[in-house]
Write a protein that binds this ligand. Structure first.
Ligand SMILES: Cc1cc2nc3c(=O)[nH]c(=O)nc-3n(C[C@H](O)[C@H](O)[C@H](O)COP(=O)(O)OP(=O)(O)OC[C@H]3O[C@@H](n4cnc5c(N)ncnc54)[C@H](O)[C@@H]3O)c2cc1C
Ligand code: FES
Ligand code: FES
Length: 492
């Protein structure tokens, strides 16, 4: 059993959430995706004055907070906008590409389906991926309290130090806003991690360049270069930015700007990298980003149709299909029960969804790491693949949950299960349920996945024994088996 939060509230309106935040102050934390907060509570990092874990005010049942909108040249993100929503948003990809790219680099699909941009900013680790692009985009943060109303401040002032933000005990963040990029501005985000997914940035760089013309030798009129994981807070490389103004992007100007970028950093030695290596990589990544922009290749490698693992939802919390869940027999949230694998099931609160499902007898949901890293606990929550160890159990009350026990609609194995057996991909009982769940979600959005798509979908699922080849073969094979995979008929 793990450390538990001391209470849980799930307000239905922002006013109610603000009232609760004013009432409890530092004794309660607002929670969105919970992917940082649950880990912090488990590690004893977030404590109340009496030493106990804080309570939770879960914002994810408040409608309208997961919106991405454009108003008068400004793009606005609500506090529940997830990384996957940014990845899937044509507006963000078109007009704020470095943010889309950074969101795509966060964790794995199951994390991106729950984790929010606002949560990423509030945790304020200098390695957090969305901070550099939003700093380069000159983002502003709106915070609100029930007593004093709204305050708006630049992101650079909101983050006051290493993992510190300017947020009073009674305040919530309600908006992130930034100017949409114009047609003359190009930019990107590059992350260096120790592996391709589920990795904290060793260094990351966000670069925006506005030129009189977006191609050729046109001089730079505005440059923004932000560097992550190289100082206690994410920093702008002011000397490099100033140097570039009025110059064309060519080999000489890029080399000098990249050299100047290093002067903004104060990196440290840690388990992921030496300070010296980080300094070298700032220069390399800054130069790489500027060369890509000069070559018109800022979007190189961006997937046309990113893998989301959110089924037929639109990835918005709370799900915009409550009618469908009700029709399928989901109980009222006040009953403290969920529709699990088509059956109304009581779920204990005060623990993670993983622990609660296992306590309810659904032991196909495995605990590998309990920190969102391994994917063994992958379930479908309201149609989206999530890590059950990273969700409070109460969040599933009134919702639909599918676990590996409920993945097949009939007596026959699900196509992914059949394919795993046929391919010799059932390697151990710990990881396989999670692989099955992620692969089944993939088939919903890619009925005939390629090996590359299978690999992308399984970036959040780890095997520590034999390897991935047979598992990936199985996912591709599953796409050739009938019937096409999907969640079970929840009316059964
Ligand atoms: C396995 C794993 C991999 C990860 N990989 C990455 C990665 O590659 N890159 C990266 O940058 N991060 C990564 N993270 C960290 C994490 O997922 C992100 O920081 C995420 O964006 C946090 O969002 P959340 O909604 O889950 O935040 P939560 O955990 O819900 O909240 C985070 C903090 O913000 C507060 N909070 C949330 N919303 C509000 C609000 N509206 N008002 C006031 N306070 C609020 C909470 O009280 C808490 O202190 C990873 C985490 C895990 C577990
Ligand atoms: S990801 Fe949940 S147990 Fe490892
Ligand atoms: S499948 Fe479980 S460790 Fe490899």
């Amino acid at each position: 059993m793990h450390n538990s939060y001391s209470f849980y509230h799930s307000p239905k309106t922002l006013d109610e959430a603000l009232y609760l935040k004013a009432k409890y102050g530092d004794d309660a934390r607002a929670v969105a995706g919970a992917t940082d907060l649950l880990v912090e509570i488990e590690r004893g990092v977030r404590k109340r004055s009496d030493g106990r874990a804080p309570g939770m005010i879960d914002l994810t049942r408040i409608p309208g907070l997961a919106v991405i909108e454009a108003h008068s040249g400004l793009i606005e993100l609500g506090p529940l906008v997830t990384h996957n929503q940014c990845v899937a948003s044509a507006l963000i990809v078109e007009r704020a590409f470095p943010l889309a790219r950074a969101c795509w680099e966060v964790g794995a699909p199951q994390i991106r389906n729950r984790a929010t941009v606002v949560g990423n900013l509030i945790t304020a680790s200098p390695a957090n991926d969305t901070i550099a692009p939003l700093l380069a985009l000159d983002a502003s943060i709106t915070v609100r309290s029930s007593e004093r109303g709204a305050r708006i401040m630049p992101l650079v002032e909101f983050i006051t130090g290493f993992r510190k933000v300017d947020l009073a005990p009674d305040e919530l963040v309600t908006k992130v806003s930034f100017p949409a990029l114009n047609a003359r501005t190009d930019g990107l985000f590059i992350k260096l991690g120790l592996r391709r997914a589920q990795a904290i940035s060793v260094v990351n760089v966000a670069v925006l360049i506005e030129r009189e013309q977006p191609t050729g030798d046109a001089p730079v009129v505005r440059a923004a270069i932000a560097l992550g994981a190289v100082a206690p807070v994410v920093v702008r490389a002011a000397a490099a930015e100033t140097f570039l103004i009025g110059k064309p992007l060519n080999a000489a100007s890029i080399a000098e700007a990249a050299r100047l970028a290093v002067t903004a950093a104060a990196p440290i030695d840690d388990m992921r990298s030496s300070a010296e290596y980080r300094r070298g990589m700032i220069e390399t990544l800054t130069a790489r980003a500027l060369h890509q922009i000069a070559a018109g290749a800022a979007r190189a490698g961006w997937p046309q149709k990113p893998i989301l693992l959110w089924g037929d939802t639109d990835g918005v919390w709370p799900v915009t299909t409550p009618g469908k869940a009700k029709a399928a027999g989901a109980p009222d949230v006040r009953e403290k029960r969920a529709l699990v694998n088509g059956r109304v099931t009581p779920l204990q609160g005060g623990m993670t969804l993983l622990d609660s499902l296992r306590a309810a007898g659904l032991v196909g949901v495995k605990e590998g790491c309990a920190e969102g890293e391994c994917g063994a606990c992958t379930v479908s929550l309201d149609g989206m693949a999530v890590m059950a160890c990273m969700a409070p159990a109460e969040r599933a009350w009134g919702s639909t949950v599918v676990t590996v026990e409920g993945i097949r609609a009939t007596e026959q194995l699900h196509p992914v299960q059949q394919a795993l057996v046929q391919s010799g991909g059932v390697q151990c009982g710990y990881c396989t349920p999670g692989f099955v769940m992620s692969a089944a979600k993939l088939l919903e959005e890619r009925p005939h996945p390629t090996a590359a798509e299978a690999a992308e979908a399984l970036t959040g699922n780890f095997c520590r024994c034999t390897g991935y080849h047979k598992i990936l073969d199985a996912v591709v094979l599953a796409g050739t088996l009938q019937p096409t995979a999907g969640e079970p008929d929840e009316t059964v």
